[in-house]
Ligand binder design. Structure first.
Ligand code: ADP
Length: 250
């Protein structure tokens, strides 16, 4: 099943083109790493998919439905790009932040049910933050805060998870733990993941598809295929797999 189908998509901010003629399809269960230089349109593509930026030209279908008709946003979890972590005095606890992931999908009056409470506890355990559920988020490490945010994006058990540079502010150990968590999510189900990143190495290690855009689509396919492609040779020279693994795209 195709989770996202994009055909000839173009988008402009104030008539300045940012995405041009992009076509691709994301299959259920795949893990797509989205790379491209700064300003190449990665976040814009994600926002157009999520309906946060419009209008666009072209065709866009999500879960088989035209974007304009799609309403089941609870099927999608989104962790927006954030360069700042919580300030140390931020008053909410871990559990309260995760609960927001359920409250935002509810209509007024927004109340949590007993089942919601169970879902929150499940996700706290799953992301290994049960032991700190009553801690204030501002007091946690960057890696722990990131777990809280991904738990919030995941608490309604979305089928599609879109993460925009989630590891940008993490130390190497927390990054490793973060990717292990994503891998575990994939082992347990059929979740589809789109990860915006600067790090091609992370895509090689964890994702199965590489999507490279620079306003236009430059490459979309398997990572192994990318390493054998002309595009890879153009960028890194012939047969230099190791260099691709270590590459960071800015
Ligand atoms: P990336 O995520 O690849 O760094 P973006 O999608 O954030 O790129 O931005 C693509 C281009 O669109 C950049 O030139 C950026 O300056 C521009 N842009 C992004 N957001 C806006 C906006 N809200 N209004 C006008 N231009 C924008």
């Amino acid at each position: 099943m195709k989770i996202i189908e994009i055909e000839n998509l173009s988008f402009a901010y104030n008539s300045i083109p940012v995405l041009e003629d992009v076509s691709l399809a994301v299959e259920q269960g795949s893990f797509v790493g989205l790379v491209g230089p700064n300003g190449s349109g990665k976040t814009t593509l994600v926002k157009v998919i999520l309906g946060l930026e419009k209008p666009y030209r072209g065709r866009l279908r999500i879960f088989g439905q035209d974007r304009s008709e799609f309403r089941l946003w609870s099927r999608i979890g989104y962790l927006p790009q954030s360069l700042t972590v919580f300030n140390p005095y931020f008053p909410s606890t871990v559990r309260e932040i995760v609960a927001l992931g359920l409250l935002s999908g509810k209509r007024f009056p927004r109340r949590l049910t007993r089942d919601d409470g169970k879902a929150i506890d499940r996700v706290l355990e799953r992301f290994d933050i049960g032991g700190i559920r009553n801690a204030r988020v501002g007091e946690l490490s960057g890696g722990q805060q990131q777990r809280v945010l991904i738990a919030r994006a995941f608490v309604h058990e979305p089928e599609l998870l879109i993460l925009d540079e989630p590891t940008a502010s993490l130390d190497p150990e927390s990054r490793g733990a973060f990717f292990e968590t994503l891998s575990a999510l994939r082992r347990d189900g059929t979740i589809t993941i789109i990860l915006v990143t600067h790090d091609i190495g992370d895509i090689g290690r964890y994702a199965d598809h590489l999507l490279w855009i620079d306003r236009r689509l430059l490459f979309y396919g398997g990572f192994d295929e990318f390493c054998r492609s002309d595009r890879m040779t153009d960028l890194f020279g012939p047969n230099d797999w190791q260099q691709a693994e270590d590459a960071v795209v800015y």
